[in-house]
Design a protein around this ligand. Structure first.
Ligand code: NAD
Ligand code: MG
Length: 386
């Protein structure tokens, strides 16, 4: 029996996690739920899963939520309220699926409270990988990947020892603009960018998948999760999204994990590890798929991917800036204020302004994140991007 705190319960990962819970009611107890503002869905989830604690990130929604579910659950609000849900006494595992850096402090506090983490929120490791992995060791907890690529690597790593690994191969679908020329990329629209060919996800990660920033963030996530240097991580475009990622060992053997593009498998494996449980849904038929193809990524057309390797070579603080600038740029793009290519251009200009800071603590990360958002926003206002 797993006792769960689900952070980001109304999102794409959160709702799929609750579907897994619904299908195996004897396997899980939901101790806490946390979401930002969708109180209609949160109310329905409280009525169905009966969490002891429910947190609403947006304080303006607290009164309305309370009027609807008063007496059914203890309701908390704001970041402190989400932290309370993350550290809820009685829960043993925190499913971390808030989007963006808003997931960092709750996840950090969950680790400090001795919870195992099923991690979907990649921004936690992108911005604070060194701090978080240190806390994981200190608190003797596990961090299990939910991101499909990292779950694939995690599963593949069971074939050998860490010292026998030579390379991680992270696959990427290439997103909706894989075959677009630079001239065509100048004209793509928001609705084009929101149409991912293989996966159905939240809006921010869908845009990140179109720019390939998502793959860049995943390279940083893999660097920390598996303690592998960036030069030993290769990105490979694989448009069918069947091979979810792979590990090459020192003898040249490559072990991969395959499956249909469905997040339920990696979510469930993060919750049941080291066991495997049956899972409904269609299974992969290799003969139906027919062929699998692979390409090198084009780092010039997809500048965001190149910028992540640059940030990694600059240092930890540059990864905070990359992430914060990206969150702000994606927000502006989603609001229709900047073009698709402006995303990479504005992030690059923000990164150029950054002077690397050593030995950051968690407060430094939060401060630098704010600086990067403000700097990108100022650049946007000055219209200095081409
Ligand atoms: P989403 O936008 O669908 O959901 C985000 C969730 O976070 C919502 O429940 C929202 O209410 C909550 N949230 C946002 N800000 C909050 C705050 N300040 N306080 C409390 N709750 C807050 O996003 P998603 O697609 O589910 O992605 C979530 C995370 O998982 C992201 O970091 C993403 O990169 C990662 N991820 C997602 C997928 C996927 O298939 N969707 C795959 C791999 C990794
Ligand atoms: Mg992924």
């Amino acid at each position: 029996m797993k006792r769960l705190s689900i952070l980001g319960s109304t999102g794409s990962i959160g709702t799929q996690t609750l579907e897994i819970v619904r299908e195996n009611k004897n396997g899980y107890v939901v101790e806490a739920l946390a979401a930002n503002s969708n109180i209609d869905l949160l109310e329905a989830q409280v009525r169905e899963f009966k969490p002891r604690i429910t947190a609403i990130g947006d304080k303006n929604k607290y009164a309305e939520l309370k009027s609807r579910i008063n007496g059914l659950t203890h309701i908390t609000a704001g970041q402190d309220g989400v932290v309370e849900a993350a550290a809820a006494e009685g829960s043993d595992t925190v499913l971390s699926a808030i989007v963006g850096i808003a997931g960092l402090i709750p996840t950090y506090n969950a680790i400090k409270s001795g919870k195992n983490i099923a991690l979907a929120n990649k921004e936690t490791l992108v911005t604070a990988g060194r701090i978080i992995t240190g806390e994981i060791k200190r608190n003797k907890v596990m961090m299990l990947p939910v991101d499909s690529e990292h779950s694939a690597i995690f599963q593949s790593l069971r074939s050998g020892r860490h010292s026998e690994v030579s390379r991680l191969i992270l696959t990427a679908s290439g997103g909706p603009f894989r075959n677009k020329s630079q001239e065509e990329l100048e004209k793509v629209s928001l609705s084009d960018a929101l149409k991912h060919p293989n996966w159905s996800m939240g809006r921010k990660i869908t845009i990140d998948s179109a720019t390939l920033m998502n793959k860049g963030l995943e390279v940083i996530e893999a660097r920390w999760l598996f303690d592998i240097m960036p030069e030993n991580i290769e990105v490979c475009i694989h448009p069918q999204s069947i091979i979810h990622s792979a590990v090459e060992f020192v003898d040249g053997s490559i072990i991969a994990q395959l499956g249909l593009p469905d997040m339920k498998l990696p979510i469930q494996y993060a919750l049941t590890y080291p066991d495997r449980m049956p899972l409904g849904g269609k299974k992969l038929s290799l003969t139906e798929v027919g062929s699998l193809t692979f390409e090198k990524p084009d780092m010039d057309r997809f500048k965001c991917l190149k910028l992540t390797f640059k940030a990694l070579s600059m240092g930890d603080s540059a990864c905070v800036v990359l992430n914060g600038a990206n969150e702000e740029a994606v927000r502006l793009f989603l609001e229709g204020k900047i073009s698709f290519l402006d995303i990479g251009n504005l992030i690059e200009k923000t990164l150029d302004m950054h002077e690397v800071i050593d030995n950051m603590n968690i407060d430094d990360v939060v401060t630098l994140d704010k600086w990067s958002r403000e700097t990108l926003y100022n650049k946007y206002q000055m219209r200095c991007c081409k």
